[in-house]
Design a protein around this ligand. Structure first.
Ligand code: GMT
Length: 375
């Protein structure tokens, strides 16, 4: 198949999933066209089967807001015609599903039919899309998609609860390339990051308020009072400054390593002992799955779809949002006993195997085939 993928090309989970999906589809013989405003961060290799088409939005002073949806739908029309793309798979409803629908209508005028698969990722439903300013357009474009998928049961239920959806929503969970996350990395540079007796705790996110990074700091503060420990904070975002300040106030700045945005998540996770994800909302928690693939147990909140990934008492523990004391108690329970820590590590890796890309990607292929047959 010739598949057009639209996504946010940034470090966010939806862009990562879309990119990894496109790369795997190309390996499986499909021709994949990424259509987005920048080269996706995890897209390192452009090959015969993987193409990248940049959406340019010319700046015009009259516009207070540059019309990205217009530029995207025009680009989609051009690329579908030029490369004879069979199907468009858009990740994140806003504004991708809307732009794809407009492209589909324009192409229809020329006798070309291209179906649209929309994958809902989380904040496009729970935070942004639900805003009254966007809701009618989001509802419309989901209903007008030829197939809709959500990355967890929880997100599917949220979508049905918050929007008037007349389409079936298929749950296709996020996936992981297990070969990229080895539990015994050859060049795992633990000794460069911490002393042998220190436990390494890690948090990876876009440091937005929804991630509750302050809870990460509180839990880590409590942990390091009980045992030697280091915190790896990976990612950039609006909370960073406040978090740095708090670390200084608490006197733990020396124990926190701010690693910024990184393309080497696997290397950081290979020396981590525990992953913290206390989010306010999380449709899936791809970062938790990445941690588990590296044999890192997870201490998380029980928001949204996290419980579909992190299994209570098996791969880690889940607490109510904001319950820092419970998270601390659970973290110490795992970290204080070497044997127990190793059991949780092994369980985390075993559970992650359920999300192997070789199991999940064929589910998307089946949806494409089914959609093409039905339309
Ligand atoms: O977590 C974010 O803020 C980024 C966001 C995105 O759109 O990239 O992540 C969402 O999609 C990920 C991939 O499907 C999910 O793993 C995240 O749980 C989801 N984030 C939220 O629901 C807050």
């Amino acid at each position: 198949m010739k598949i057009g993928i639209v996504c946010y090309p940034t470090f966010g989970g939806s862009g990562v999933v879309a990119t990894e999906l496109g790369l795997e589809l190309s390996k499986r013989g499909h021709e994949v066209h990424f259509i987005t405003y920048n080269q996706p961060v995890r897209l390192e290799l452009i090959s015969n089967n993987v193409h990248y088409h940049e959406v340019n939005v010319p700046e015009y002073p009259l516009f207070h807001y540059q019309p990205y949806e217009l530029a995207l739908s025009s680009k989609l029309v051009d690329m579908v015609k030029l490369y004879k793309i069979d199907i468009l798979h858009v990740h994140y409803a806003i504004p991708h599903a809307y732009a794809a629908y407009m492209a589909k209508k324009m192409l229809r005028e020329e006798g070309i039919f291209v179906p649209i698969v929309t994958t809902l990722h989380g904040t496009d439903i729970t935070l942004v899309g639900n805003h009254p300013f966007y809701k009618p357009a989001v509802t419309f474009s989901i209903n007008k998609s030829d197939a809709v998928t959500a990355v967890s049961e929880s997100l599917k239920n949220d979508t049905l609860r918050l929007f008037d959806i007349k389409r079936e929503i298929n749950v296709v969970p996020n996936f992981i390339d297990l070969t990229k996350y080895h539990d015994h990395f050859n060049d795992c540079q633990r000794s460069m990051m911490a002393k042998p007796e220190e436990r390494i705790v890690t948090h990876i996110s876009n440091l937005r308020p929804v991630k509750r990074v302050q809870d990460v700091i509180s839990v880590f503060y409590n942990i390091q009072k009980e045992m030697p420990a280091k915190l790896m904070l990976v990612g950039e975002g609006p909370e960073r400054e406040k978090v740095e300040l708090r670390c200084k106030e608490l006197g733990i700045y020396e124990k926190v390593v701010f690693l910024g945005k990184s393309n080497e998540i696997d290397k950081i996770l290979c020396y981590s002992d525990l992953f913290l994800l206390p989010s306010e909302a999380e449709s899936f928690g791809l970062a938790a799955l990445e941690a588990m693939s590296s044999s890192v147990p997870v201490i998380s909140s029980n928001a949204g779809g996290i419980s579909e990934v992190n299994k209570q008492g098996v791969t880690g523990f889940l607490s109510n949002v904001g319950d820092v004391d419970d998270m601390t108690k659970n973290a110490l329970y795992i970290l204080k006993d070497e044997k127990r820590l190793n059991t949780f590590k092994a369980n985390a890796r075993a559970e992650a195997k359920k999300f192997d890309l070789h199991t999940i990607v064929p589910q998307y292929e089946a949806i494409y085939e089914d959609t093409l047959t039905k339309c």
